[in-house]
Write a protein that binds this ligand. Structure first.
Ligand code: DGJ
Length: 350
């Protein structure tokens, strides 16, 4: 059995196929890790859907199949119509006992830029696609983004993730959860509180795509704009000692760039940027990767795994993974260190 994490190399599943779960995230449920991501095996414009792999040790992964197939999505999202899904994340809802998936649904040209939501009774699917839409309508002082038709459809929804807090602040039976996404044509990041089922933001779903969902007056204190006009994407949050951390990248397509992390005392912010967490990353490319998830290992002691993608734009399915130790020290500073090969059981005891 493999006991080593080796970034930037092929990572084989139990069938000896390179794992295809890019832009992914991990759900830990009933002592099993489930890794969901983009199934890019057929390339960028031939999206297969969302894959799932399971593991009990984070080293050895079993392919559980394509848990949401592109061909089962609405017509206009199907691969033959240039549909594509990116950065899927799955969380478990204690109240409804459902596994809830959010994703960025897209078409060639990146103008569709909407949120897709799917649910399942099982972590390994099949997931039922519910709908896609844009959660928020807000006109920034610079105006709506025209490429994504924001004025008519609501603010664009691209790189996304979900974050579940460890508190149930309104006692509704499910932990507080949030969606974080690049909006306003990627200029500004949005964070919105989810409803108690996690199937939409914290307001009833009332409309279809003809009308944008909610305006700023409806949203009250349930959402926020962060990194205004800073063009950040790849949101990757985690929590340490009641502080909320958020890693992001700059927007340079598939090319890696310098990561930054920010800190806030509430999941909705205000996030204050601290700087680059990568140690000796001389190329300033986040060790040739782009963030997608931070997995807590022993969060009380500041021990996490940073997960990123090393994209291969010409053959997206061959993109590899960069998984590195992420440490938060006592003063709250974050460090990601390069390791050619490492195991999380041994790293922090050395
Ligand atoms: C960077 C994003 O983080 C990816 O998810 C993907 O959307 C690419 N850009 C597309 O260029």
């Amino acid at each position: 059995m493999n006991k080593i994490i080796s970034s930037g190399n092929l990572w084989l599943d139990q069938n000896n196929n390179h794992i295809s779960a890019h832009g992914g995230g991990i759900l830990y449920y009933d002592k099993v890790f489930y890794w969901y991501g983009e199934d890019n095996t057929q390339g960028y414009l031939n999206s297969v859907g969302i894959s799932c792999y399971s593991s009990t040790d984070l080293y050895n992964w079993k392919h559980e199949g394509t848990v949401l197939k592109q061909e089962q999505m609405p017509q206009e999202l199907q691969a033959k119509n240039m549909g594509r899904v990116e950065r899927p994340k799955v969380i478990y809802n204690e109240k409804t006992k459902k596994f809830v998936m959010w994703m960025h649904v897209e078409q060639k040209g990146y103008a569709l830029s909407s949120a897709g939501v799917a649910i399942s009774d099982s972590p390994v699917g099949p997931f039922e696609f519910l709908f896609y839409d844009r959660p928020v309508l807000f006109e920034p002082k610079e105006g709506f983004d025209q490429h994504t038709n924001e004025k008519e459809l609501g603010n664009s929804f691209r790189d996304m993730t979900l974050f579940v807090d460890d508190i149930d602040s309104d006692g509704n039976g499910s932990l507080d959860a949030y969606v974080l996404y690049s909006s306003e044509g990627n200029w500004t990041m949005y964070i919105a509180r989810l409803n108690s089922d996690y199937t939409w933001i914290d307001l009833p779903k009332t409309s279809n795509r003809i009308r944008p969902q909610y305006t700023i007056d409806d949203l009250g204190d349930k959402w926020s704009r962060q990194f205004i006009r800073e063009m950040r994407e790849a949101p990757t949050p985690f929590k340490y000692k009641n502080q909320y951390y958020l890693m992001t990248s700059a927007c340079t397509g598939w090319k890696p760039n310098l990561a930054e992390y920010a800190v806030a005392n509430h999941p909705l912010g205000q996030f204050e940027t601290v700087g680059n967490p990568c140690v000796d990353d001389t190329k300033e490319t986040t060790f040739d990767s782009q963030s997608t998830f931070v997995l807590p290992i022993d969060p009380n002691n500041g021990q996490y795994i940073y997960m990123g993608d090393r994209w291969e734009p010409d053959d997206l399915g061959k993109s590899t993974y960069v998984w590195l130790p992420l440490t938060v020290d006592n003063s709250g500073e974050v460090f990601i260190e390069w390791q050619d090969e490492w195991s999380y059981e041994n790293y922090w005891i050395n």
